[in-house]
Design a protein around this ligand. Sequence first.
Ligand code: DAH
Length: 368
Amino acid sequence: MTEVPMDNVVRMAEAAKQEIVAARSRQELERVRVSYLGREGKLTSALRCIGQLPSEQRPAFGRAANAARAAVEEAIARRREELAAEDAAREKRDQLDVTLPGRGPAVGHRHPLMTTLERLLDIFVGMNYQVMQGPEVEWFTLNWTALNYPPDHPAMDEQDSFYVTDDIMLRTQTSTAQIRAMRARHDESCPVRGLDWRFPPHEVLSHCRCTPPPTRVVVPGRTYRRESVTLTHSDVFHQIEGLVVDEGITFADLKGTLAAFLRAYLGPDTRVRFRPDFFPFTEPSADFSVNCEMCGGAGCRFCKHSGWVEIGGSGMVHPNVLIAGGYDPARVSGLAFGFGVERLAQRRFQIEHIRTLYENDMRFLRQF
Ligand code: DAH
């Protein structure tokens, strides 16, 4: 132990400095400090042996020991400052400013197209119509044949429609639901209820064993056409179909119903115009329009400079369609109409381009 204590103290101080630099927190640093400089600390104990040294060695050892101790203390002070600065920075970063205004949860709302659809259906429900739905993927026969389209009708062209198979397609119109609605009115036990949809439509009535009650339905839904998108046309769009079948239904009922509906939706001063048209499933047929609100009738892009905006088609249900639904055209007659929902939403909210209804641009949607 004669000349060893000196080296020992120097080595111990070096080891202490390494541990000090490695300390990751103020608590850890304090543990290091106590282990070297505490009352039972390693360095403290080493210094105590000064009493056992020969007196001529004591001054030198004393100086060296004091220097080692001072160096360790200084290292501790430096590291303590560093750690304190790190703590302060972290605290500042994690600080919670309780005076900041809160960020509310983003609450969604109905799309303008859906609020339009709901409003439209509400009006029909108020007129005692039942709301029904039909499939978007539909039998070829229901989209065309049962609706009295001749086999060579150009609308069936693959250019204009989306086909899944030869028999199955995406419906091009909600009119398909006319047949479903009528057949659903037959008695549970009537064979018409269980007929395959591909069954020849002109033979359906001969299988009826009941007297189906009147039908009065509206059918909202998506429809599909291979169209290029314009201001007012899209390849996917929504329609509402209306169908009334009862004894003594006349063209006057059709005009009165549509005028009442359009005025309920667009306002009592709305002007409604009917013009002769052609649809295979109605006879006679008429399209119906309302005065253009975008330009007040002066003519604009939206009304194609006519002052009128065409809303949809309508007519008296063709006897062949009644037969396909299992109704006897000698006993009942029917009125039908169909129109696009987008155009009415466009008119309601003054939306010039139909595309904006589908883009889901939040800047647009938040306005409603
Ligand atoms: N389905 C027709 C279309 O998509 C619209 C239509 C016209 C529906 C006349 C009808 C109707 O019910 O009677 O263009």
